[in-house]
Design a protein around this ligand. Structure first.
Ligand code: GYE
Length: 317
């Protein structure tokens, strides 16, 4: 009907759009929700999704992207496990004229034309919101160092090394702390990766407890799963998580709402994994030749334990 050009088939359904999607793995409750969101949205949008799980390895993602290029998919989307190392493979996608959409985590490439759009969350802002909540909470509750010292000591369970989710939350939190009138109250005692998993979160928290014992006042876990693992370690050490040790985490999954209701953790900064719909909309627009925003952040909030019970029924992930 006079649409002209060979691309009309992609825009209005003569042929199904094929999307190659490289997910990083299944390390957390958040990730599971993110994967489900993408799969459901693809189905609803009538997009044929080629889903590939990289098992936490960048090289597997690069392989998957190369195979999507070889198959000649219409569009590629992927979650960069780490920020760097994508230039070459994205250049290959560009040469093959396949548009690339970045999902969830950010990446750093020399040439921004290597991708058409980024859909995700602002992890620096999340880190800042986390510190703001903590400073307020410490004031309101008049938190005192357990060892009778001068400062509230923080241990940090970081996410995957080199990922935006870890780098951004670290930067946001640390910068907000450095700029705060309350900065002298806090001291970061130790910071180590727990790889965004429950298991690793538990192990690293055990070792923090062994090394620092009653010096630890606050745990900042860069995702809820690590916080839930750490809760086990803290209980096993005979302490009360959420009371002896204040716990702040990120994501806002149902599991952490449950823990907050039980008084075991104190606050979660939301990170919204429901990015599938926006991804499919964006892909359709791109393939129809419409202009799209280069960066779109999805909405997110902050949920302290006091609101956990009232909020849980409305949580979607
Ligand atoms: O916080 C964590 C997940 O990239 C925002 O990755 C995401 C993070 C999320 O495994 O739970």
């Amino acid at each position: 009907v006079g649409c002209g050009g060979g691309d009309e088939k992609k825009a209005d359904g003569d042929k199904k759009i094929t999307m190659g999607f490289s997910q990083i793995g299944a390390e957390s409750e958040w990730r599971t929700a993110n994967t489900e969101s993408v799969k459901e949205a693809a189905k609803a949008a009538g997009i044929d999704l080629q889903f590939s799980d990289a098992q936490q390895k960048q090289e597997n993602q690069i392989k998957a992207i190369r195979s999507f290029i070889a198959q000649g998919v219409d569009v590629i989307a992927f979650v960069p496990i780490v920020e760097t190392g994508w230039d070459t493979v994205l250049k290959e996608a560009k040469d093959a004229k396949i548009p690339v959409i970045i999902v969830d985590r950010d990446l750093k490439v020399e040439d921004d034309s290597l991708y058409v759009a980024k859909i995700g969350t602002n992890m620096i802002t999340e880190g800042e919101k986390g510190f703001e909540w903590l400073a307020k909470y410490a004031n309101e509750k008049q938190l005192k160092p357990r060892d009778g010292g001068q400062q509230l000591n923080i241990v940090v369970l970081e996410g995957t090394v080199g990922s935006t989710a870890a780098l951004g939350r670290t930067k946001g939190f640390n910068d907000a702390m450095a700029a705060s009138p309350d900065k002298a109250k806090f001291n970061i005692l130790a910071s180590q990766t727990g790889e965004f998993t429950r298991q690793k979160g538990q192990e690293v928290m055990e070792s923090f407890l062994k090394s620092y014992g009653s010096k630890i006042d606050i745990l900042v876990a860069q995702n809820d799963d690590m916080a839930l693992g750490a809760v086990q370690a803290i209980e096993a050490a005979g302490l009360k998580p959420g009371k002896d040790i204040t716990i702040l985490s990120f994501d806002g999954v149902k599991g952490i709402f449950q823990a907050m209701i039980e008084g075991k953790t104190n606050c979660t900064v939301e990170c919204n994994p429901l990015q599938g719909e926006l991804l499919m909309e964006t892909a359709k627009k791109v393939l129809a030749g419409e202009k799209v925003d280069k960066i779109v952040y999805v909405e997110e909030g902050v949920f302290p334990a006091e609101v956990a019970e009232a909020t849980l029924p409305s949580r979607k992930y």
